[in-house]
Design a protein around this ligand. Sequence first.
Ligand code: HEM
Length: 408
Amino acid sequence: REAASALTARSTHPAKAPLTSFDPLDRDVIADPFPAYKALHSSGPVHYSRKRGLWIINGHNELRTACRAHDALSSAEGILRLRSQLPMMLTIDQPDHTRLRKLAVKDFNPQALAKLEPEIDRYARELVTNAAGFPADDLIGRVAAPLPLWVTARLLGVPDSDMHDFRRWSDGALQGMAVEWNPKSLLRAGRMIGSVTALHRYFHDQFELRRQNPGTDLLSKLIASTEDGSLSDDELFWFALLLLIAGHETTTTLLGTLLLQFSEHPDQYQQLRDDPALASGAVDEALRFFAPIQGYYRTAIRDYPIGDVTIPAGARVLMLFGAANRDPRRYEDPDTFRIDRDASDHIAFGFGIHFCLGAQLARMEARLFLTHLADQVAAITVTGQPRWDGNPALRRLERLPARLEKSA
Ligand code: HEM
């Protein structure tokens, strides 16, 4: 980490890398990045933005390779635009990354997920049953957010009744992903600090409860690791925060975009209803099409050759997952949503050592949700304007006014 911090943002530009005017922080790009991705693909898989002093990897193949090059492209200066150093697995390099990841990996293996599946299935069915035939409402608040929130509460072993606070605090904490040094942005920073402080208080109480009365949930296991010295108290807090936020915000958007896509493509929805076995493929196609995390950053800690260019040590690099998922060299007709294509090699969950720990859990939640949707709902009618959050990293669907038409 010291090596990474010692390097400055000097990002010299060799003549070979195409310069681009693509700006991930441009308001129009945040609102609809896909035309800009198309333009990027037409000029190559790797670019340099002089305006932002930033290297951008948008090619599918190149990005998968770059995600594996964690010894050259470090996460330790943070994965957001503003550099930060947090002691959590997402933003730390090996060997500490391995130490942290090991502590939770068993809770996400196929046996652990199989144990959770019947409960998740029951809750997903209940949510769809309660929403089907109901007058138009915001489907993010009614179905897309509650399922992942409930699953995250189960995983951490905290009461379901805390879900509302979770959503509020985690929304606030996420404002930090879009902080820039301008006055409007400082309001976001204020909300972020308030929410992280509230979460700190909340988790502190949860940790104390478990220290007195340990359970079998993931938080209790992590607390036990602080006692045997494999996790520090700071790391414990950031671990809990990461699981809470990573666990539900992205999955909420995944469920929301599935609803949105199926409302816009009734033929695709009918295909799913005719053959519910297509649910898993539909989930991967939705992840490919609308990656909830459009891009995370890295810092080059040594020169990194990629294709016929070299990203110099010290450079900031944007790993553009959302663009790679629409690379025409990999996906035929990439701007078309088609649930019967094989999109399982998309990069919406990243790749390499930081590959999403909850990928199979998120896939399972979405598959079960779709199965009940296809069974109980004949059509999805959007009744108002969907609202996207203006966050350049996490493309969040905040509101989806719509009605689920009950099947006969
Ligand atoms: C990492 C996306 C759901 C926990 C990541 C990364 C991505 C991602 C792109 C890699 C970041 C990088 O390379 O810098 C998503 C999406 C999800 C989802 C799109 C849902 C649709 C979940 C869930 C959990 C979770 C349900 C847990 C409950 C994590 C953790 C990491 C991670 C702990 C850090 C892994 C590491 O650094 O080794 N996720 N995620 N995610 N995700 Fe997810």
